[in-house]
Design a protein around this ligand. Structure first.
Ligand SMILES: Nc1nc2c(c(=O)[nH]1)N[C@H]1C(S)=C(S)[C@@H](COP(=O)(O)O)O[C@H]1N2
Ligand SMILES: [Mo]
Length: 398
């Protein structure tokens, strides 16, 4: 495109009946606010990114970063932080977008070189804003157990996280001088303001920034009951803080998993195999093993978690029964015939851990059907999605 034609295009764009940057006169729409809210937003995104990445790795049996088996509450904490950081980011992002909105209508610069820089800069902001909105919306809906999409949530949310954080780094790098100046100056300083700013608004910049933080805090308290039992009564947004049978919520019921009759069948037997050796154990056989009780949390990737007292057979005792050596991973199968969680790989560190149980009871009573009757896996510091219910078979891998 010739410079002349570009100039014509720019002139045409300028004459369109759109708002201009100068149409916005509020003092609140300022770099002073954008930078301050941006710092908190950045903290939320970094926390969500690190904890989300950890969770993604924890669910991947081939990950180079394996979760340790201690402390038993670690994954519960990181996944709680993940969902709460994302929740706090929602009001912060809204205020931040509002504060920079006039920039969307800034006239393009006149020089070709500057236009190219502007395109790059705006492009990175477009990627950042759209990926941030995508991440927060899908995350929020997922935590609310509503899945109105057809794509694979975990893979998509994970891929977009890298794009979002990449665009965030580019954005911060480009804006560093203005961020530095805005944070160094008093919040009411007019130093970085647009020319079009009008009179004194009904709200001070300080009040707006504090309100944004307060809204983030309220959003956190309103959801934290998903993870923090003490907050259950005030957490109006906590989707699965409800008690559930045996004191713990249910993610997938036996009916939804299609295992109601198989799980209650009289001839149920757990198969355990190692090499050529095979053992078949009824529920009564399992009850004849030494029963142990441990307090371990179910920490769902969708942000809720709850502690239970699980009673059952130490997994290692079952592996010993087929003569399997230590240091072997175990494939855990469920009675469920479909769905991604019907089979999970239990890495050796978890299979050999003293706290890992094939649970038969929860909080003092026989496991209910929805919690995984006749038997379910419960291991320390393991994502909820991998705590397989309705276990039918354990295969010790070579
Ligand atoms: N077979 C099977 N096991 C499963 C699931 C499933 O869908 N199928 N859901 C998992 C998920 S996502 C969670 S959070 C926990 C929840 O356990 P609970 O319902 O006993 O609280 O079970 C896990 N075990
Ligand atoms: Mo879950």
């Amino acid at each position: 495109m010739s410079p002349q034609r570009l100039n014509d295009l720019i002139a045409k764009a300028r004459s369109l009946p759109l708002p201009r940057e100068s149409s916005f006169t509020s003092r609140l729409r300022s770099p002073a606010v954008a930078a301050r809210v941006g710092v908190w937003l950045g903290i939320c995104f970094v926390l969500a990114f690190i904890t989300g990445w950890l969770s993604h790795e924890a669910q991947d049996p081939n990950a180079w970063l394996a979760l340790p088996t201690r402390p038993v509450w670690l994954y519960r904490a990181t996944q709680g932080i993940h969902v709460l950081a994302g929740t706090a980011a929602i009001p912060l992002l809204l205020v931040k977008l509002w504060s920079v909105f006039p920039k969307l209508f800034a006239s393009p610069p006149r020089r070709l070189r500057l236009v190219l820089i502007e395109i790059l800069e705006r492009g990175s902001v477009a990627v950042l804003v759209s990926s941030a909105i995508f991440q927060l919306t899908t995350g929020l809906l997922n935590a609310a157990a509503w899945y109105p999409w057809h794509f694979h949530f975990r893979g998509t949310h994970y891929a977009l996280a890298w794009i979002c954080v990449g665009a965030l780094l580019v954005h911060v790098a480009i804006k560093l001088p203005i961020i530095r100046d805005a944070l160094a100056a008093d919040i009411d300083s007019a130093l970085l303001d647009r020319d079009s700013i009008g009179g004194v608004p009904p709200l001070s910049r300080r009040t707006l920034t504090r309100s944004a933080l307060l809204a983030a805090g309220v959003a956190v308290v309103a959801t934290a009951g998903n993870t923090v039992p003490a907050l259950r009564r005030v957490s109006v947004f906590a989707v699965r803080s409800g008690e559930g049978p045996q004191g713990i919520p249910i993610n997938k019921t036996a009916r939804a998993a299609g295992v109601v009759s198989l799980a209650q069948a009289d001839d149920f037997a757990l198969g355990i195999t190692y090499g050529g050796r095979e053992l078949s154990l009824t529920r009564d056989d399992l009850l004849a093993f030494t029963q142990r009780t441990h307090a371990l949390p179910i920490a769902c990737v969708e942000g809720w978690s709850a502690q239970g007292r699980w009673t059952g057979v130490r997994l290692r005792d079952l592996l010993d029964a087929v003569g399997a050596p230590r240091g072997r991973s175990v494939m855990v199968d469920s009675l469920q015939t479909e769905g991604p969680f019907r089979q999970t790989l239990l890495p050796a560190a978890f299979a050999d851990d003293d706290l890992t149980l094939l649970a038969l009871a929860l909080n003092g009573t026989e496991l209910t059907l929805d919690h995984g009757y006749p038997c379910r896996l419960i291991a320390p510091n393991r994502p909820g999605v991998l705590q397989t219910k309705w276990v039918s078979r354990l295969e010790v891998l070579a």
